[in-house]
Design a protein around this ligand. Structure first.
Ligand code: CDP
Ligand code: MG
Length: 702
C-alpha cells in the first residue's frame, strides 16, 4: 500500500506538537489521521508519561479504528491498543493507545477532572461537530491552562475547513494542513431532483456503471438503514439476473452504524479477484470510515437527521438535504486510488442554491439536558451555563429547556445548584430521565424492574419484531405473542418481555420464537448487569437484582415502578383531552399528540385511556406521536405542578436572576405563560373527573 499522506509529514507533525500545546490538524479523509496520528506520537515517546487517547464521535469508528491500529502494531486488541465505548470497555492497564467515544471521555473527566492518565488527547473528527465534541473542546480549553505538565498535548483533527474555526477557538493555536493526495473526480449531475425515488435512481445508476464502466468499487450514499436494506436487496436481485459472463461478478455490502461488527469490518478486507463491490452506506462512509478501492460514488443528496425543538420537546427524524461540504466529502471518496466519478442524483442548481454550506452542528439541534447536567456536576467555579465557552453557542431556548427539565427531575435546585440526586445522576451513563427513574425506583423498592426497563430502552437497536408493535408485516414464521404490559404501556411490556425471557434461564430459543433480536437481548442483559453494578456503587443500594418481587409488583399494577417512571419523566408528561382523541403535552409549548400506533397502552374496562401518561419520546413522523408511554396516576404529578410555579431560568443557569439579557427574559416570559397553563390544567383535574363521571353514567344508562 502506498504510504499514507500523514506519514510523509511525520517529522513536521512531531515538531509542531513538540512546540505547541494545542495543534489543529486538517487532513483529507483517508489521509491517516485516525489510524496513524496516535502511532506517530507513540513512536516518538508520547505514551511514556501516560496513555494516548483518541476520541471518536461514533461507536463504530472507535471500534474499527482501534482494531485496525492493533493489527498494524501487531498487538492484541484490548492490550496495548484498546477501545472504550458506552457499556463496553476493552482496555487494560497495559493500554498505551486508547480509542474512545467522546461521550466516554466526558464521563471519565468526572472522576478525573484533569484527565491525568492521558499524556495526549486527540479529538478526532472535529468536523463531525458532535455535541460531546463541542463540550470537550470547551473543557480542554480550560484544561490546558490548568494542566501545566510539560508533556501534555491536545490535538484536534478535522477533514474540512472547520479546522480553521477550531484553531480560532483555541486562540489561534498551531494549524497544520496535510495535503491529501486526491485524484480528479468528475462530477455528474442528474437533471431532475429525485427526492421521491432516490432508491430507484441509485439502483439504475449503479447497474449502469456496473455494465458500462471499467472495474472499481461503487460507493452509494443512502440516508439510513431502511433505505440501505431496500437498495441492497434490489441490487442483489438485479446483479443475479444479469446474464452470466456479460459483466464481472459483484458483491453488495451494506454499511451503517447498527450493523453487527463482523459485518461492518467486511468492507475493509480485499474483495475477491475480478469482482466489483457495491457498498451501500450512510454518511458514516463520508468521513468516519474510509473504504479502499472506491472509484465511483453515487450520492442521493440527503441525510437522515434527528432534530429537537426545545420549545415543544419534540423530535423529528427528517430526511434533509446534505450540505455542500458533505457533498464534496462524498465525491472525494471516489478519487483516492485513481481518477473517479461522482454521480449526484440531483441537479447542480440544487447543490448551488439549496444546500447549506456546512451541516448544522448537533449542539444546535438536540436536547441539552444531559450536557448541562454534566457541566453542572463539574463544579467549575462561577460557571454560568448560559455563558459557557462554546464553539457555537446553543440558543437560550434550548439551554432553558434543559435547565427546566433538570429542575423538574430534581437534578438542580431552584438556584441552579446541582443537588445530591443530580450528582448521582451524572455518574450514571444514561439520559437524565432514565438515571432519575433509577434513583426514584431505588427509593421505593422497584429498582430491579426499573433497571430492566432502562436496559431495554438502551438497547441501541430495535429489539421487538416490528409487527409486534402494530404494523402487520408478513413473515415466514409468525412469532409467538409477546406479553402486553397489562395494558399499562410500553415500559411495562418491555419489563415483562425481559422477565419472561429470564424465566426461561435466558434461552435464546425463546427469543427466536418470539421474534426478538438475539444480539440485542444479550446486549440488554449485559447492560442491565453493568447498570446494576453502577447503581450499587453510586447510589449505595442493596437491591435484589433478580427481582423476587416481580409477581407482587405486578399484582399491585406496577405502582412503585410507574411512580418511579413518573418522577424520571416529570418533563415528559401528557394529559388526555376530553374532546379530542389525543393527549396534550405539558412542555413549554403544549402540543396535541397521539399515542404511537405501535403502543400496547390499552383503554380501561370503560373504554377510557388513562388521564395522564408519561412518554419516553415525542416524535413527529406523519403526525406528532408519543413513543413508549406509561400510564400514571394523577396524584403522582402534583409535585411537578408545584415546581413549575417557582421557576426562574436565570437562577437555574447559575447566573443572577436580575440579568439584563433580553433573550433570557423572553424565555422567562414563555415559562410564566406556561405556568398559567399548568395552573389551569391542575384546576381542570376536578373537571376531568366530573366529565368522566358523566360519561360513565351516560354509558351506564345505555
Ligand atoms: O482518519 P482519516 O480519514 O484521515 O484516515 P484513516 O481512518 O486513518 O484511514 C487511513 C487508511 O486506513 C485508509 O486507507 C483506510 O482504508 C485504512 N483503514 C482500514 O483499512 N481499516 C480501518 N478499520 C480503518 C482504516
Ligand atoms: Mg478518521
Amino acid at each position: 500500500m502506498a504510504k499514507l499522506p500523514i506519514l510523509q509529514f511525520e517529522e513536521k507533525i512531531i515538531e509542531t506538537v513538540q512546540n505547541n500545546i494545542v495543534t489543529v490538524l486538517i487532513g483529507e479523509t483517508g489521509s491517516g489521521k485516525s489510524t496513524q496520528l496516535s502511532q506517530i506520537l507513540y513512536r516518538h515517546g508520547y505514551a511514556k508519561s501516560g496513555t494516548i487517547c483518541v476520541t471518536q464521535p461514533r461507536r463504530v469508528a472507535a471500534v474499527s479504528v482501534a482494531r485496525r491500529v492493533a493489527q498494524e502494531m501487531g498487538v492484541r486488541l484490548g492490550e496495548e491498543v484498546g477501545y472504550a465505548i458506552r457499556f463496553e470497555d476493552r482496555t487494560s492497564s497495559e493500554t498505551l493507545i486508547k480509542y474512545l467515544t467522546d461521550g466516554v471521555l466526558l464521563r471519565e473527566s468526572l472522576s478525573d477532572p484533569e484527565l491525568r492518565s492521558y499524556s495526549v488527547i486527540i479529538l478526532d473528527e472535529a468536523h463531525e461537530r458532535s455535541l460531546n465534541m463541542d463540550i470537550l473542546m470547551g473543557l480542554l480549553k480550560r484544561l490546558i491552562s490548568i494542566r501545566k505538565d510539560s508533556n501534555f498535548r491536545v490535538l484536534v483533527t478535522s477533514a474540512t475547513l472547520e479546522g480553521e474555526k477550531v484553531s480560532g477557538f483555541f486562540n489561534g493555536c498551531a494549524l497544520l494542513k496535510v495535503p491529501g493526495k486526491l485524484y480528479p473526480v468528475e462530477i455528474i449531475y442528474n437533471d431532475d431532483d429525485s427526492k421521491k425515488n432516490y432508491i430507484e435512481a441509485a439502483l439504475k445508476k449503479a447497474i449502469e456503471i456496473h455494465v458500462k464502466e471499467p472495474d472499481g468499487d461503487i460507493l452509494i450514499f443512502m440516508t439510513g438503514q431502511e433505505d440501505i436494506e431496500k437498495l441492497v436487496k434490489k441490487l442483489e436481485d438485479r446483479v443475479r439476473n444479469l446474464e452470466e459472463g456479460s459483466v464481472m461478478d459483484a458483491v453488495v455490502y451494506p454499511l451503517h452504524g447498527s450493523l453487527p461488527p463482523e459485518l461492518q469490518v467486511r468492507v475493509f478486507s480485499p474483495p475477491p479477484p475480478n469482482c466489483r463491490r457495491f457498498i451501500v452506506a450512510t454518511n458514516i462512509a463520508e468521513t468516519s470510515l474510509t473504504v479502499d478501492g472506491v472509484v465511483y460514488v453515487i450520492d442521493c443528496g440527503y441525510v437522515k437527521q434527528k432534530q429537537y425543538n426545545p420549545a415543544t420537546g419534540m423530535y423529528s427524524l427528517d430526511v434533509v438535504k446534505i450540505s455542500r461540504v458533505q457533498a464534496n466529502q462524498r465525491a472525494g471518496r471516489a478519487g483516492r486510488t485513481r481518477p473517479g466519478k461522482c454521480y449526484r442524483l440531483y441537479p447542480s442548481l440544487v447543490y448551488n442554491d439549496e444546500f447549506l454550506e456546512a451541516a448544522v452542528p448537533e449542539i444546535l439541534r438536540t436536547s441539552l439536558a444531559g450536557s448541562v447536567l454534566y457541566l453542572k456536576s463539574l463544579d467549575l467555579p462561577g460557571i454560568d451555563i448560559l455563558k459557557f465557552d462554546f464553539l457555537d453557542p446553543p440558543s437560550y431556548g434550548s439551554l432553558g429547556d434543559a435547565l427546566r427539565q433538570l429542575y423538574l427531575i430534581d437534578a438542580i435546585d431552584e438556584n441552579g445548584a446541582i443537588t445530591s440526586v443530580g450528582r448521582i445522576m451524572s455518574e450514571v451513563p444514561l439520559e437524565p430521565s432514565l438515571s432519575r427513574t433509577l434513583i426514584a425506583a431505588n427509593e421505593n423498592g422497584s429498582l430491579s424492574q426499573a433497571l430492566t426497563i432502562v436496559a431495554m430502552l438502551s438497547a441501541e437497536t430495535n429489539l421487538l419484531p416490528s409487527f409486534a408493535r402494530g404494523s402487520e408485516k408478513k413473515r415466514k414464521h409468525t412469532p409467538l405473542r409477546l406479553p402486553d404490559g397489562d395494558g399499562l404501556g410500553d415500559h411495562i411490556q418491555l419489563l415483562q418481555i425481559y422477565e419472561s425471557w429470564s424465566e426461561t434461564g435466558f434461552d435464546f430459543e425463546w427469543c427466536r420464537e418470539h421474534g426478538l433480536q438475539i444480539r440485542g437481548m444479550s446486549f440488554v442483559k449485559d447492560v442491565r448487569g453493568q447498570l446494576c453494578h453502577i447503581m450499587q456503587k453510586v447510589a449505595n443500594c442493596s437491591m435484589e437484582v433478580r427481582g423476587s418481587h416481580a409477581s407482587r409488583e405486578r399484582k399491585m399494577g406496577y405502582k412503585n415502578l410507574r411512580k418511579a417512571l413518573c418522577v424520571g419523566y416529570a418533563n415528559q408528561l401528557a394529559e388526555r383531552m376530553i374532546r379530542h382523541n389525543g393527549y396534550r403535552t405539558l412542555g413549554l409549548k403544549s402540543q396535541l399528540v397521539q399515542v404511537h400506533p405501535s403502543s400496547v397502552l390499552q383503554p380501561d374496562d370503560d373504554g377510557m385511556f388513562p388521564s395522564y401518561v408519561v412518554y419516553h419520546e415525542l416524535i413527529t413522523t406523519s403526525s406528532p406521536f408519543m413513543r413508549n408511554v406509561c400510564a400514571v396516576d394523577m396524584q403522582w404529578i402534583s409535585p411537578v405542578f408545584k415546581k413549575l410555579e417557582n421557576l426562574d431560568i436565570n437562577k437555574l443557569s447559575g447566573g443572577f436572576s436580575d440579568s439584563e439579557n433580553d433573550v433570557q427574559g423572553e424565555v422567562q416570559d414563555e415559562i410564566k405563560k406556561e405556568v398559567k397553563v399548568v395552573e389551569t390544567s391542575a384546576d381542570r383535574d376536578s373537571k376531568i373527573q366530573a366529565a368522566r363521571e358523566r360519561f360513565l353514567s351516560r354509558k351506564g344508562k345505555k
